[in-house]
Design a protein around this ligand. Sequence first.
Ligand code: AMP
Ligand code: ZN
Length: 112
Amino acid sequence: MNDCIFCGIARGVIESGKVYSGGDVFAFNDINPQAPVHIVVIPSQHIAKLEDAKDPAVFSQIFKAIDIIVKEKGLDKNGYRVVVNSGRDAGQAVPHLHFHILGGRTLNWPPG
Ligand code: AMP
Ligand code: ZN
């Protein structure tokens, strides 16, 4: 999608703090971090929201990337959170499916 910011990041035409790329997955540091570690993991292909992801291979690749990233960042020691905001009520701001990895501090529950 031409006007999608995360498509631009995955293609490298919009700058980001790249953390990981492999297969059809790209990950980068969130520009407005909500925790000491806040990484956004996306499918490189445009998928607008969670329920639009029909191919199980998308999730398999995303969670493989998440596993690699949390170990690389040492988050597996004390824990971390993976969050998907899907749709308006969840406050999804960017309409390209993304998984937040949050860690490096104690995280409150429930979220707001
Ligand atoms: P959500 O509210 O779940 O849609 O989250 C979108 C996330 O993308 C927010 O945490 C933003 O801070 C982050 N974000 C938006 N634009 C950029 C960007 N250009 N580079 C890195 N992160 C971004
Ligand atoms: Zn996109």
